[in-house]
Design a protein around this ligand. Structure first.
Ligand SMILES: NC(=O)c1ccc[n+]([C@@H]2O[C@H](COP(=O)([O-])OP(=O)(O)OC[C@H]3O[C@@H](n4cnc5c(N)ncnc54)[C@H](O)[C@@H]3O)[C@@H](O)[C@H]2O)c1
Length: 247
């Protein structure tokens, strides 16, 4: 019996594709989007509600959750990104690439890309029933050394937490998984590399299949992990990177 999904950071990019995939594939029949900028949800679909929320702020998450009045069957902790900076020629060196970046920057990146998942799950998780599931959006940056130091460290912690939570929540029959996307030209990468030609050159040089990835490629994996077809899958991290990390 389909139920409610909550997708954080679901107003655009990968999150929006996840919202559509969960609905299109019948994993849930309605979705609540928790987003800092819910007005980004321009083509609001039927059965989608938008809730302004800062996932790093427990009071804000509690207020958004109180607007719903029911626990979700699926929770996707997807909001993330933050101060990744830019590699555009002539730009200021970005703190995200600085091994000695200011502690405040490092803290904010860990807050958004890791601790926020705990904040949201701490508020919502206790009310989730047996048979429900959680999926976290990590990154290949969290699966090995990354030039994005603060971001990579936070995404690595998110993977570790995913596995520990899967173990902790198994007795309650709640599954916890993650996805690790590669490079997708959402707003995150539009900021990192604003030059379309340079971005395309990077894709053809670094991607083994020389193909761009799309948000829907990640969304399909999330929908699978949250579906009954994955009822025995927990503590798993699915890497969706077009073979990028095989190099
Ligand atoms: N784009 C990529 O190449 C890529 C690769 C690996 C992982 N990821 C991860 O995928 C997830 C989605 O990223 P995206 O590429 O779609 O980025 P995006 O910038 O297009 O979308 C991020 C969404 O999160 C929301 N958000 C940001 N901070 C928030 C906060 N504090 N509270 C609530 N909502 C907040 C934004 O408003 C936005 O709607 C992120 O966790 C990101 O780290 C992206």
């Amino acid at each position: 019996m389909p139920g409610l999904g909550i997708v954080t950071g679901g107003a655009q990019g990968i999150g929006l594709a996840i919202v559509k995939a969960l609905l299109d594939q019948g994993v849930v029949d309605r979705v609540a989007v928790f987003d800092l900028q819910p007005e980004g949800l321009t083509h609001a679909q039927r059965n989608v509600t938008a809730h302004r929320c800062d996932v790093t702020d427990e009071a804000s998450v509690r207020a958004a959750y109180a607007e719903l009045g029911e626990a979700p069957k699926v929770l996707v902790n997807n909001a993330g990104g933050g101060e990744v900076g830019t590699v555009a020629p002539g730009s200021e060196p970005s703190a995200a690439f600085d091994p000695f970046s200011a502690v405040d920057h490092f803290r904010r990146m860990v807050e958004l890309n890791f601790i926020s998942a705990h904040v949201v799950t701490r508020v919502i998780g206790p009310e989730m029933a047996a048979g429900s599931c959680i999926c976290n959006t990590s990154s290949i940056a969290g699966q090995g050394a990354s030039p994005l130091l603060s971001y990579g460290a936070a995404k690595a912690a998110l993977i570790h937490w995913t596995q520990s939570m899967a173990r902790a929540l198994a007795p309650r029959h709640i599954r916890v998984n993650a996805v690790a996307p590669g490079i997708i030209r959402t707003r995150l990468w539009e900021r990192l590399q604003p030059d379309d030609a340079a971005y395309e050159a990077m894709i053809s040089e670094t991607m083994p299949m020389a193909q761009d990835q799309k948000p829907v490629d990640i969304a399909h994996a999330v929908a699978f992990l949250c579906s009954s077809r994955a009822s025995q899958v927990t503590g798993e991290v699915i890497r969706i990177d077009g073979g990028l990390t095989l190099r």
